[in-house]
Design a protein around this ligand. Structure first.
Ligand SMILES: C=CC1=C(C)c2cc3[nH]c(cc4nc(cc5[nH]c(cc1n2)c(C)c5CCC(=O)O)C(CCC(=O)O)=C4C)c(C)c3C=C
Ligand SMILES: [Fe+2]
Ligand SMILES: [Fe+2]
Length: 352
């Protein structure tokens, strides 16, 4: 068989990485925010009211959001950071599946490359198998659920879908290693409180059965178990938006409390896998300043996982695990993780 014929007969594997996306320049900030608040997974109001709210909130929020994105050069680094993760993942996937032709796509929910457009592109490539992998380790109806809905609505191909990987060994180890390395690089400050800061959610989303908070707690406990030297640790929630009550404790309260308790802070973003506005502006600038005002002796922010080799290796394992798991949608090994009390877990929805 010639090389050309071999290439033609190779099975095609598409891997799609879901994430939220971010504006690619100042003029994209408002339409990006409008897309976000137009999503019924974010605002549960009926369509005409939701459209109005999306227009209103994006208009009111655009100026301050633009000022924050300006601190990062005008737009979000989320897509460039995702492309670096894809570049790191590609050789690992090629090594595992040498007989396949493999392509990896980023698919963003609220700005380009938009999930709907990527769904068309991937369908056009006619893959034999497609693995959908959220770059959200914790399942929420507001993130992975929303991306999956958009993908399916656009007719995107789907063979295996990862719902979440909150306690995947490599993911947990990557966090532990980065936390320890950051503490060492900061000169090993004493009397540390380790804060696991996750993006928050409105309480009503959790009350409706979303497993996100439960999964965040599982991740934090698993990482803390590998770091017995940091026995004082706490989960907290950042990035609150809007008038609803969000889950707590909030990261700003946790920072103030650490100041009151005379603690140094080692803060790690536990729900984000790359750097963007919520880490570079909110954690570094806003909470960095708050820590200083609160008398915190030392504030060290652990970097997001990015292309940390253990994390990228974990992603490769997750994809391979999903491909050999018995179910189409679920954690990589196909076994349900979340308790029955989380009815919005996609595995629970499937069982019902
Ligand atoms: C990690 C998981 C995330 C959850 C859960 C989540 C829920 C959620 N987010 C908003 C509103 C906003 N989020 C914004 C940015 C943003 N959010 C996530 C992740 C989660 N969001 C990421 C990765 C980012 C960064 C995007 C980027 O710019 O690179 C923003 C925009 C920034 C701002 O104006 O503050 C908003 C708005 C809600 C309402 C929500 C749950 C209901
Ligand atoms: Fe968000
Ligand atoms: Fe689940």
């Amino acid at each position: 068989m010639t090389e050309l014929n071999m290439a033609k007969t190779q099975k095609r594997l598409a891997i799609v990485l879901f994430n939220l996306g971010g504006p690619d320049g100042p003029e994209a900030v408002k339409p990006f925010l409008r897309n976000l608040f137009r999503d019924p997974a974010i605002i549960g109001a009926p369509t005409p009211l939701r459209q109005f709210l999306a227009w209103m909130i994006s208009t009111l929020r655009a100026k301050s959001a633009r000022a924050n994105y300006a601190k990062m050069g005008g737009g979000s680094p989320l897509v460039p950071e995702t492309l670096k993760q894809i570049e790191a993942l590609a050789p690992l996937m090629a090594e595992r599946f040498p007989d396949r032709e493999i392509r990896i796509w980023p698919a963003m929910r609220y700005w380009h490359p938009l999930t709907e457009d990527v769904a068309q592109e991937v369908a056009g490539w006619q893959p034999d198998e497609t693995v959908l992998l959220p770059l959200y380790p914790h399942f929420s109806t507001t993130t992975t659920g929303s991306s999956l809905g958009a993908w399916r609505k656009a007719g995107g191909p789907e063979t295996h879908t990862v719902c979440c990987y909150p306690v995947e060994a490599g993911f947990i180890e990557a966090h532990a290693q980065l936390i320890r390395a950051s503490w060492e690089a900061a000169g090993r400050p004493e009397n540390i409180r380790l804060l696991f800061s996750a993006h928050g959610l409105p309480e009503k989303v959790i009350a409706a059965g979303d497993p996100y908070q439960w999964q965040i707690e599982q991740t934090a406990s698993a990482v803390a178990a590998l770091l017995p030297e940091f026995s004082d640790w706490q989960v907290c929630y950042q990035s609150r938006v809007g008038p609803l009550k969000w889950i707590g404790p909030s990261t700003d309260d946790a920072v103030r409390q650490a100041g009151n308790d005379g603690k140094a802070i080692l803060l790690t973003p536990i729900a984000f896998v790359s750097e963007h506005i919520e880490t570079l502006v909110e954690l570094d600038e806003e909470y960095g300043e708050l820590a200083q005002e609160s008398g915190v002796s030392s504030y060290t922010r652990v970097p997001a996982l990015g292309t940390a080799p253990q994390f990228i290796a974990a992603l490769a394992n997750i994809v391979a695990g999903a491909m050999s798991a018995p179910t189409r949608l679920g954690p990589p090994d196909g076994q349900r993780l979340c308790p029955v009390a989380c009815p919005a877990c996609p595995m629970a929805l499937k069982e019902a």
